[in-house]
Design a protein around this ligand. Structure first.
Ligand SMILES: [Zn+2]
Length: 342
């Protein structure tokens, strides 16, 4: 399998984020990218780098709101011109339902477009997010030309980014942009999100559509990020009715229960008769992950990929989370091995 990497796959991520009311060290550290790359190399993937020359704007605007994209592009430059501005943008006010009115102040815009304090914007955020999109699009083009499977090592991740809001370390929704691009060639696209956290942004983007099936297996949001979405009753609306499936699982979920949930997901993908599959791939379901609450082993990813392979679809793996650095290379190796040996 080929792996496409962003040229910025190993840059330092943001410095901090707000967790349970405290600023803590941001878990999207440079070593994540390095360890995943190492695993991809060791398992024999051909490593290719995404081009920084791709024209991306049309693909991004096919999914994201223009005002939001313009904001992301100019956010840091506008913010940093303010006297005494911080090095990273954090919203210190959120528009609320009683007084909301659009306002172009850099502080007001941060509250408008950043849904939480886990997606700070720094000097290079826009550059990195763009190259993350380039990475996934390069993979899409290759699959459209006939490759059967590709791993896209995107950093930053994308699945929490909605049409017009960043959150949870995500700015541009790489998997959603890939799905929209796939639609130029394929009639039906399925997105299977196996990250620890609900793929709320992806759900929101396709919630009213029947051509893109969205499925997410994740920690029960009753007391887990992203808290407001990811429940079973969210099944899509209008034409999208029954084209969104959430499978929330309790803390402590191990391999056997997880594979049962995955079996249900793959049955739905088969019934949908998808032409192509995107797997939003997070390793934060690993037992030691600092942001997770499941109990998967490294070998679980072998089993997971094996089940996914049985769908027999062109498959694009898109990097989402996974923050326990010492296991990342082994986890990605198990995933690729399970997929290729099935
Ligand atoms: Zn996650």
């Amino acid at each position: 399998m080929k792996a496409i990497l962003s040229p910025y796959f190993d840059v330092e991520g943001p410095t901090k984020f707000l967790r349970r009311g405290r600023f803590v060290e941001h878990p999207d550290v440079a070593q994540r990218g390095n360890q995943i790359r190492l695993g991809l190399e060791e398992v024999g993937c051909e490593i290719l780098f995404a081009s920084s020359q791709l024209e991306l704007r049309e693909s991004i605007l096919a999914v994201h709101d223009r005002g939001y994209v313009d904001y992301l592009e100019g956010a840091w430059s506008n913010w940093s011109k303010m006297p005494d501005a911080s090095d990273e943008i954090f919203p210190n006010i959120f528009p609320n339902r009683h007084v909301a009115q659009f306002n172009h102040s850099p502080v007001a815009l941060a509250g408008w477009y950043l849904a939480d304090c886990a997606a700070p914007i720094g000097e290079y955020t826009w550059r990195n997010a763009l190259l993350s999109v380039s990475t996934v699009l390069e993979a899409v083009f290759r699959i459209r030309e006939g490759e059967s499977a590709i791993y896209a090592l995107c950093r930053p991740s994308g699945h929490h980014a909605s049409q017009d809001m960043a959150m949870g370390m995500c700015f541009l929704n790489n998997a959603a942009i890939a799905a929209q691009e796939f639609r130029k060639q394929f009639t039906k696209v399925a997105i299977l999100d196996i990250d620890m956290h609900h793929g709320n942004g992806t759900q929101q983007i396709f919630y009213h559509r029947s051509d893109v099936l969205t499925i997410s297996i994740h920690g029960n949001p009753t007391n887990f990020y992203p808290f407001y979405t990811g429940f079973e009753h969210e099944r899509g609306l209008g034409e999208g009715e029954a084209h969104n499936l959430n499978i929330p699982l309790p803390a402590g979920t191990g391999e056997a229960s997880y594979l049962q949930a995955l079996e249900k997901a793959t049955e739905v993908i088969s019934s949908f008769k998808a032409d192509v599959l995107i797997v939003a791939t997070g390793f934060d379901t690993f037992k030691s992950d600092p942001l997770g609450c499941f109990a998967l082993e490294s070998t679980s990813y072998n089993q997971i990929a094996s089940k996914i392979k049985l769908l027999d679809l062109p498959t694009l793996f898109v990097q989402e989370g996974g923050y326990f650095v010492p296991a990342l290379s082994e986890n990605v190796k198990q995933l690729i091995t399970g997929f290729e040996n099935t």
